[in-house]
Design a protein around this ligand. Structure first.
Ligand code: FES
Length: 109
């Protein structure tokens, strides 16, 4: 079963299976063109903290997360690492990490 994950800032949405984490769902979801990049992607294993999000609504399950990146109080408020979360219903999320730097002809921003 797949659930719809909507990113509030960008209006983007993707489908994510309950056995996937949100980054897997985002990266494997295509709508005819490029991979979605709404959530910054780093180590995919809970180690870098770049994929911090807040779940605004919906049910989800988390795997163990480093307290270095997610404090217990934050986790209680729905702040989690996307690479450690699997959906259990449709979700609305907010991306908390800054976007990854992009490259331009003049160099990296
Ligand atoms: S991608 Fe590194 S913690 Fe999620």
């Amino acid at each position: 079963m797949k659930y719809r994950v909507a990113v509030v800032e960008s209006g983007e949405a993707f489908l994510c299976a309950r056995e996937e984490h949100l980054l897997q769902g985002m990266q494997s979801f295509r709508v005819g063109t490029p991979l979605l990049q709404a959530i910054p992607v780093g180590c995919r294993g809970g180690g870098c903290g770049v994929c911090r999000i807040r779940v605004l609504s919906g049910d989800y399950e988390t795997r163990k997360m480093s307290r270095k990146h997610i404090a217990a109080e934050d986790q209680a408020r729905g702040i989690v690492l996307a690479c450690r979360v699997s959906p259990r219903s449709d979700l609305h999320i907010q991306v908390l990490s800054p976007p990854a730097p992009s490259c331009t002809l003049e160099g990296t921003q």
